[in-house]
Design a protein around this ligand. Sequence first.
Ligand SMILES: [Fe+2]
Length: 276
Amino acid sequence: MLKSPSAPAPLPAHVLHITDTHLFARRDGRLLGMNTYDSLAAVLADAAQSAPDAVLATGDLAQDGAAAAYAHLTEALATFAAACEAPPPVYWLPGNHDAPSVMSATLVNPPLRPEREALIGNWYVILLDSTVAGEVGGWLSDAELARLDAGLATHADRPALVCLHHNPVSVGAQWMSDIGLANAAAFFETLDRRASVRAVLWGHVHQEMDTERRGARLMASPSTCIQFKPKMAEFSLDQRAPGYRRLWLYPDGRLETEVFRVERFAGRADPDATGY
Ligand SMILES: [Fe+2]
């Protein structure tokens, strides 16, 4: 007797996470010896093969907040979108190296999107601004925490992914202990009011991290340029290749994820650098 075919498994939404692109006003600008435009281009060329449904860019998109740097970002992302089967929308948020007002004025052309929240597949995705003018470390204002709370309440029936620039948990590096999200307790208190939060995603730390807290995945992704060596007392560069993360968000709230490194990109940061 023939078995009746089982129902096809529901397809996940496929999301690409890029972060800390650190682009300069000049396309030949280098961060500790690495050409950040070229490393981003290599990452995007690699990632375009995977045909993502959406892209999340979590801050430090420019090194110095220059409008020309954001124009370079738009150009690189437009080239990437054209190489994809279907051009994916790119959602973004600022980091401590960015100029939020310049970003809002310049990151307005496709594939970049102005919204700070999105429905991607069955998931609710919210992008927070954790920057404080003139500071390296992060803080979520009362207004951003209220927006997070309201967004999670409105979409309580969907699995939620929360994005920000600063790390809300320690990555175990002493030199970074004062530059994470200073009011992480208030952030987690807001998340803990909702059972729908399945994942938190950030940049800033230029390294991979993947842990869990109360049923939610907590993830950092490599920078598209220079890498920091994990768990160091002092600033320390890692000679690993530029990278990015892919996430598969299933309608029922499960997620799968993997970090990719673009080994064929030969550029590396100056190993003797003592800060950035
Ligand atoms: Fe950064």
